[in-house]
Write a protein that binds this ligand. Structure first.
Ligand code: ADP
Length: 492
């Protein structure tokens, strides 16, 4: 009944502001969410516009589809320096994407470089996003901002833009990863933003003696704060996970909610996925997974044998992802019946250590050090298990994609991993994956051993779990409703 009323009502207008969005530019989960959540929201009677930088790395085929919507000059810095703002628009599957064009900021970087360059870039982007909404005369009910790159938006809304049409909008700031906050010296950020001096006081942006923290300021000014799982919402209020902002988050916790991410179940669909060697559903998964496994083994140079257990890892290679545990346990994880395939890029230390393991376990280990969407799909389909032993994990998407593809996740019980993977219980034959709590290589190794034991010695239970995982609802539907309800509350 409630839904029917909502369908009849005026659509809610939501502006998304963030630094990446699949399929234009993606380095991690933020890109997935910026793609999938707007698509899920339009089914919930929302009208969604996504504002993004027009980076030079956006593929030509999308640039060719963009239409010029206008341009203007915008002042930015404390000394009134002005910058060009161009608007290029593309409509895809009911979602409008407005790309902000400026050669000075977006003609290099992939999309990120380093803070020295990125801070001015995202100061410009945050202000330009609001200026574009005014220029287009499209006033949203809520401006939904994502991570530190858009964290100045709630501040601009209540300062520079307070008495303009967009100033009527409410703001929501979602934390996808608290580790990245946009911290730099006050004079630098003050100069680039042109934001009033009081915002650089302790309750807002100031941090330590001389620094300004864009995320901290955004959290103070946003009408609503969300993060991408309930467990992470609690964790970041503690010192261990709080990345220095735990007191600030505790102070603002009444405005904070945890809403778990989903995945786009059309994009991630083993029934239709053209990147697989064999498409499958719950009925033929066991057979077809073997075909995908053989194709994967061939592609990455592992010995082709459908009876070996293949363990995958698809990840940014940083310490957040629990790779110290994987490194420490690696030698003991491998045996004549177990193969490991790693797909990722990141810290040289981890890249080199995985290359090393490949060199000494040729045919059993593959370290594919690159970013490769197509290979990711084949690993999700061809591997038996996927490792996600993160030190912290705000939500995590790889475990959700794995489950959807009938690949059993092995995860640490933190953040969204804890909220989305129910531990396997051999007595009741329930659960979706293998989980552990302590950040300890021995505990991790034991968990991998438990998974191997079920795989090799109780295949029937393993296969039942494969089918159970494929049936789990990992779509955006429920969470998109939760977001819509929050938008509604905010805009009342
Ligand atoms: P994070 O956002 O912290 O990087 P998530 O689990 O939320 O982690 O999202 C990671 C997303 O990026 C998933 O869609 C995953 O498939 C993808 N991904 C990560 N590394 C690679 C890679 N090397 N090649 C292809 N896709 C990758």
């Amino acid at each position: 009944m409630e839904d029917r009323n909502n369908q009849a009502a005026e659509p809610l207008r939501i502006a998304f502001v963030g630094s990446e969005c699949y399929p234009f530019v993606k380095t991690g989960g933020l890109g997935d969410v910026m793609y999938a959540l707007p698509r899920a929201l339009i089914k919930q009677n929302c009208d969604v516009r996504v504002l993004l930088p027009k980076y030079s790395c956006i593929p030509q085929k999308y640039r060719d589809q963009m239409v010029y919507r206008g341009s203007f000059m915008m002042d930015l810095c404390m000394d009134g320096k002005t910058f060009f703002v161009g608007i290029m628009e593309l409509v895809m599957d009911g979602v409008t994407y407005d790309f902000i064009e400026n050669e000075e900021f977006f003609s290099w970087g992939n999309p990120y470089t380093d803070l020295v360059a990125d801070i001015p870039k995202y100061c410009y982007f945050s202000k330009a996003a609001l200026a574009v909404l005014n220029y287009l005369e499209w006033t949203p009910n809520v401006v939904h901002c994502h991570d530190w790159q858009a964290a100045l938006v709630p501040i601009y809304l209540r300062t520079h833009f307070a008495n303009t049409p967009v100033g009527k909008a409410k703001s929501m700031l979602t934390i996808h990863n608290l580790r990245f906050q946009g911290i730099y010296g006050i004079p630098h950020i003050k100069y680039w933003t042109g934001i009033p001096g009081y915002v650089f006081d302790y309750p807002f942006m100031k941090q330590g003696k001389d620094d300004a923290n864009m995320m901290k300021g955004g959290l103070a000014f946003a009408n609503c704060i969300t993060t991408v799982s309930q467990t992470y919402a609690g964790e970041i209020q503690t010192e261990f996970y709080g990345e220095g902002l735990d007191p600030h988050l505790r102070y603002h916790s009444v405005r904070m909610r945890g809403i778990v991410n989903g995945i786009d179940v059309e994009l991630w669909n083993s029934r239709t996925d053209a990147l697989l060697a064999a498409k499958y559903d719950e009925n033929d998964v066991l057979e077809k997974k073997k075909a995908n496994k053989l194709a994967l083994q061939e592609k990455v140079g592992l010995e082709q044998d459908e009876n070996k257990m293949v363990i995958g890892l698809i990840s940014r290679l940083t310490n957040q992802k629990g790779l110290d545990l994987v490194n420490a346990a690696f030698a003991e994880m491998i045996d004549e019946n177990t193969q490991v395939v790693v797909l990722g890029t990141g810290d040289v230390y981890y890249e080199d250590s995985f290359r090393y393991y490949e060199s000494i376990h040729k045919g059993s280990v593959c370290a594919y050090i690159s970013y490769n969407e197509a290979l990711a799909h084949l690993i999700y389909a061809g591997a038996d298990a996927l490792l996600v032993p993160s030190l912290f994990e705000p939500c995590g998407l790889t475990q959700l994609i794995a489950m959807r593809y009938g690949t059993i996740p092995i995860v640490r019980e933190t953040g969204g991993l804890k909220d989305t993977v129910q531990p396997y219980n051999k007595y009741t034959n329930e659960g979706n994956g293998f989980t552990f709590e302590d950040y300890d290589a021995g505990v991790f190794l034991n968990t991998v051993r438990s998974a191997k034991e079920v795989y090799f010695e109780d295949r029937e239970s393993w296969d039942e779990m494969v089918k159970r995982d494929m049936a789990v609802d990992v779509s955006w539907e429920k969470s998109a409703k939760d977001y819509r309800d929050l938008y509604l509350q905010l805009s009342k």
